[in-house]
Design a protein around this ligand. Structure first.
Ligand SMILES: NC(=O)c1ccc[n+]([C@@H]2O[C@H](COP(=O)([O-])OP(=O)(O)OC[C@H]3O[C@@H](n4cnc5c(N)ncnc54)[C@H](OP(=O)(O)O)[C@@H]3O)[C@@H](O)[C@H]2O)c1
Length: 300
């Protein structure tokens, strides 16, 4: 199976290539540098001709589109850019994928919900609060309406370790706590953190099984971001006194957040016969990743 990954230098993109060596992976992202990926091609999803040429040359079985403007506060300010990357580029990607016979996996988010009454299942009514949430919801509709072989996976709170990936809230918290810094974590945002390697495995399994449609994927543990940091510290024998409670409203963020969120995963569990990892299990797996002990020697 040949799979083209857009956003291959991003957090999820990095994790995908490592998950199944039998797949012929082809990475694409904005940078000119390969950053350790081979084969790799520079590809701006907003460049329609380049997208068409690349897909015609590669002719993948599946495309996993992890590329997006993921900075939710930036989306609130640079609205046009958010719509161009998160929706218009996906329209063109979907049309071109259908023409070359490729299936398309589109990543989406719990930000399509308003966070009044989580956890949410696939049948619950979306009501995005932010520009990011609106764009991602629109992208879901585009992919599902225009393609037969379409998979949309909503996920949330990705964490894990990859030596070349940027920090996520878990590696950031771990680094700060190991340095003895005080951190503030929201005690009014509730959800289920998703281990990035597990998400990557699930996406591959869905492609292999040809499971199309809209699905939710998240971890088995539901908690606040404050509780998450306490669990993280306890798991790595770090000082919990340095973790302070914060509130979303006080943080003055540009984009509103869904507070009582969370995604239920029963549909995927039934389809794939999986049981999502707890937060503790995800951290245990993360600890065993190549390079982790070197980067987090003080905290492991
Ligand atoms: N991380 C989470 O907690 C989370 C939660 C829910 C849903 N998701 C969704 O899951 C997907 C993957 O998330 P992630 O955390 O892996 O994102 P990420 O780390 O921000 O990676 C996205 C990648 O896409 C690239 N990109 C941006 N604009 C592009 C364009 N015009 N053409 C080609 N590539 C472009 C980015 O490059 P630059 O960095 O150079 O801009 C980056 O390498 C996204 O669709 C996101 O919305 C993530």
């Amino acid at each position: 199976m040949r799979v083209l990954v857009t956003g291959a230098h991003g957090f999820l993109g990095r994790s995908l290539a490592a998950v199944d060596r039998r797949i012929e992976w082809i990475g694409c992202d904005l940078d000119s540098e390969t950053n350790g990926l081979d084969p790799y091609h520079r590809l701006d999803l907003m460049d329609r001709d380049a997208v068409r040429r690349r897909l015609e040359a590669v002719r993948p079985d599946w495309i996993i589109n992890t590329a997006a403007l993921t900075d939710v506060d930036r989306c609130e300010i640079e609205t046009d850019l958010a719509w161009r990357i998160n929706v218009e580029a996906v329209e063109h990607l979907a049309d071109t994928a259908a023409r070359v016979g490729a299936g398309l996996v589109q990543l989406s988010t719990d930000y399509v919900f308003d966070g009044q009454a989580g956890p949410y299942s696939e049948g619950d009514q979306p009501n995005p609060l932010s520009v990011y949430g609106h764009t991602k919801l629109a992208s879901e509709g585009v992919v599902l309406a225009r393609m037969e072989r379409a998979i949309v996976v909503r996920t949330l709170w990705l964490y894990g370790y990859h030596p070349r990936a940027r920090h996520n809230f878990v590696t950031w918290g771990l680094s700060a706590l190991a340095r003895g810094e005080t951190i503030r974590a929201f005690d009014d945002q509730w959800g289920n953190p998703t281990y990035v390697h597990e998400l990557a495995r699930v996406l591959v399994a869905m492609c292999r099984a040809g499971i199309c449609g809209l699905y939710h994927m998240g971890g088995a543990t539901f908690l606040t971001r404050y509780e998450l940091m306490l669990e993280l510290a306890a798991s790595f024998d770090l000082e919990t006194d340095n973790i302070q409670r914060g509130s979303t409203a006080d943080a003055g963020l540009a984009a509103p957040r869904p507070l009582r969120s969370g995604l239920t995963t029963r549909a995927l569990e039934t389809q794939l016969g999986i049981r999502p990892m707890s937060f503790t299990e995800g951290l245990e797996h993360m600890r065993l990743q190549p390079g982790f002990q070197r980067d987090f020697a003080a905290s492991s």
